[in-house]
Design a protein around this ligand. Structure first.
Ligand code: AMP
Length: 421
């Protein structure tokens, strides 16, 4: 007799793997708690209308990928293909907005999409995500991007991921831009692929998302959405960028980033990981001020993101393999041997407080030590020179962005504790 196998595109998580899942889950839970986000758990299946209304009938998810069936009483039910719609439904149904003007929620759970399985793409997969309802201000985007960034830092993925940022403006801006984009594309319709031709009618902005190289070339000359922002769209986006800069979160503007789902407005973003190959999107999110209204309730602004857990784990495992070596948190650079007792003492204190700290016992030049610090994979360097010895301080250098500042020697532990919390 043939053994029954798991369904194509689904996977067992065996004990060896589940350890990694639990590790990632605790990173997510700890980080969300630090930012004041609370967990919400919603059912795995919902009324199909929820996804038709919110995600939109012309999206790939709704038109091709949902697991939908008719229940015995004739209701159409669907295994959830994403979680923002379910969380929004719950927010409305349980009047969470009435309980507090700002609701910070996070979720972890399985989703179902009938896609072609490949590395990083499954039919049952897991996402964690957050949704913040109630604020229309740019600091809300800054907060959730910072939360995502913290999770990436804790997972060790910050150097292998890139944050792409764009604003798709508010509704009016998009209507005007859509017309301009259609006008630009219309003379080239005969060169478009079938999916893009379809999008030309249903959702032309999504053509910008194309992976087709010829279409990407053609679109280089297309009008830019930034020329259609209203003053408030423009100012909102400038503030988001400014807040990210003040938090030292690096980003790249990508005007082709539009996100797959229809309910996004203004800020959209994506974190991609270079180790993932074709399916390189790790986290996707943005502002969706229109969503709650689309579901028939009082208009409420919202911002959120969703992250693929399988992809996180692949990226973390790849990184582990690549960097299967000791990687310190802090690398000491001592310019004068008279400083050695000081750095030995601070390094030991740091180790007692849980940090991995090393120094250079070869008494090499400052330049050579700095090169070694970068090579070691350490995130930070502490540099002790003559000036610092004279005033009991030490230079702290962030090796990621090269920013540096003076810290009192007696305050180093405190300083790192504040930095990493
Ligand atoms: P989306 O809900 O499509 O915006 O996707 C958000 C994140 O979920 C993506 O960035 C991926 O990390 C992950 N993801 C989406 N679809 C799949 C899938 N079929 N299999 C595994 N992960 C996925």
């Amino acid at each position: 007799m043939n053994h029954i196998k798991s369904i194509k595109g689904t996977h067992d998580i065996l004990p060896e793997e589940s350890r990694k899942w639990q590790n990632l889950e605790s990173i997510i839970k700890d980080t969300c708690a630090k930012f004041g986000y609370q967990e919400i758990r919603t059912p795995i299946f919902e009324d199909t209308n929820l996804f038709l209304r919110s995600v939109g009938e012309e999206t790939d998810i709704v038109s091709k990928e949902m697991y939908t069936w008719e229940d015995k009483d004739g209701t159409s039910l669907t295994l959830r293909p994403e979680l923002t719609a379910s969380v929004a439904r719950s927010y409305i149904q349980n009047n969470l907005g009435g309980k507090s003007p700002i609701q910070r929620l996070y979720y972890i759970g399985p989703l179902f999409r009938r896609e072609r399985p490949q590395k990083g793409r499954q039919r049952q997969f897991h996402q964690f995500g957050i949704e913040a309802f109630g604020s229309s201000h740019p600091e809300q985007e800054a907060e959730i991007i910072a939360l995502a960034w913290h999770i990436l830092l804790k997972s060790g993925l910050e150097n292998n991921t890139k944050l792409y940022l764009n604003s798709i403006g508010s509704k009016d801006c998009r209507i005007k831009y859509r017309d301009a984009l259609k006008k630009f594309i219309r003379p080239h319709l005969n060169k478009l692929s079938k999916p893009s031709l379809q999008r030309f009618e249903t959702n032309p902005l999504r053509i910008l998302d194309t992976k087709n190289k010829d279409e990407q070339m053609l679109l280089k000359g297309a009008p830019k959405i930034s020329n259609y922002y209203s003053n408030s769209d423009f100012e909102h986006f400038e503030s988001v960028k400014h807040f990210l800069e003040t938090m030292h979160i690096p980003y790249t503007i990508n005007s082709a980033l539009v996100r797959g789902l229809d309910y996004y407005t203004k800020t959209v973003f994506e974190f991609t990981s270079e180790t993932l190959g074709a399916q390189n999107a790790l986290i996707g999110g943005g502002r969706y001020d229109g969503l709650i209204e689309t579901l028939g309730a009082k208009s409420t602004p919202g911002v959120g993101f969703a992250a693929g857990m399988e992809r996180f784990l692949i990226a973390m495992t790849d990184l582990d393999k690549k960097e299967n070596r000791f990687k310190p948190d802090i690398y000491f650079i001592c310019i004068d041997e008279k400083g050695l007792p000081i750095i030995l003492q601070i390094a030991n204190q740091l180790r007692s407080n849980g940090y991995k700290a090393i120094f250079d016992p070869l008494r090499r030049s400052m330049k050579a030590q700095l090169r070694e610090a970068n090579k070691s994979g350490a995130r930070y360097a502490l540099i002790l020179g003559e000036n610092e010895m004279n005033n009991d301080s030490i230079i702290f250098k962030d090796l990621n962005d090269s920013t540096q500042k003076n810290v009192l020697q007696t305050n180093v532990i405190n300083f790192f504790d504040n930095l990493t919390n």
